[in-house]
Design a binder for this molecule. Structure first.
Ligand code: SAM
Length: 224
């Protein structure tokens, strides 16, 4: 899908403008989300952060647990900034790699006991998301936990407000870049349920979001 190919370039250019920063104080903008992430990483040994972007979640896990964290993103600039941030903050238990679904295929079976992903599967084509879920199933241990966090469900009104245009049944673009693959919570449960056991669903809001659009967290377990 050409809109997705353009979005990959968009992400990479976006991260080229970022700078590594010293992290003084953690505030993820939602107390609920922050507590969920603290709980999620607490007892883990190997966490995969897929589509890690600048690595903020990997850094958060590094700061809040003894886990080893592997962040993977297709964007070279994202990975560069993630590595620099780890170095600046002396997080020794993180590793960042440039890669995508193809790279996941090179990882051994049962090599992670948790996977995390924030706002990735709702910006990539669904067949690609499902390829990643198949790899997650393989590289995660039996009963491994997954947290899949997705942006809010877009209504047509909201899409218009933020100037996104629908170009396919569930797909929205901005400036020609795929920016949202839009499903309801129930649709996501059906997709995710093909690969994983759904333990729980929880919505949350960011403090800064005056529209109070519900972000979505799916608590999952690997079924082998
Ligand atoms: C909306 S950003 C989210 C980044 C990060 N997870 C966060 O919460 O800030 C989507 C990320 O997914 C990455 N991405 C998109 N398709 C990918 C793929 N096939 N493999 C790996 N990363 C991908 C992009 O480069 C981008 O960093």
């Amino acid at each position: 899908m050409e809109q997705y190919e353009r979005a990959l370039v968009f992400w990479d250019e976006n991260f080229s403008k970022a700078e590594a920063q010293e992290i003084i104080d953690w505030n993820l903008g939602s107390k609920i989300y922050q507590e969920i992430l603290i709980h999620f990483c607490a007892d883990k040994k190997m966490i995969l952060d897929f589509g890690c972007g600048n690595g903020w979640a990997s850094h958060f896990f590094a700061a809040n647990s003894n886990a080893n964290i592997v962040g993977i993103d297709q964007s070279m600039n994202a990975v560069k900034i993630a590595k620099e941030t780890s170095k600046l903050n002396c997080y020794e238990n993180t590793k960042f790699l440039v890669g995508n679904q193809t790279y996941l295929k090179t990882l051994p079976d049962d090599s992670f006991d948790a996977a995390f992903s924030n706002n990735v599967f709702d910006v990539i084509p669904t067949d690609l998301a499902e390829t990643v879920f198949e790899q997650f199933k393989r590289i995660l241990k039996p009963d491994a936990e997954l947290l899949i966090v997705l942006n809010y469900e877009l209504t047509d009104k909201r899409a218009e407000e933020i100037k996104m245009k629908k170009f396919d049944k569930n797909c929205f673009e901005l400036d020609g870049n795929l920016r949202a693959v839009n499903y309801s919570v129930e649709d996501w449960k059906k997709i995710l349920g093909k690969y994983f056991e759904i333990i729980k669903y929880k919505g949350f809001n960011y403090d800064w979001d005056t529209a109070k659009a519900e972000r979505r967290i799916f608590f999952l377990k690997n079924k082998k």
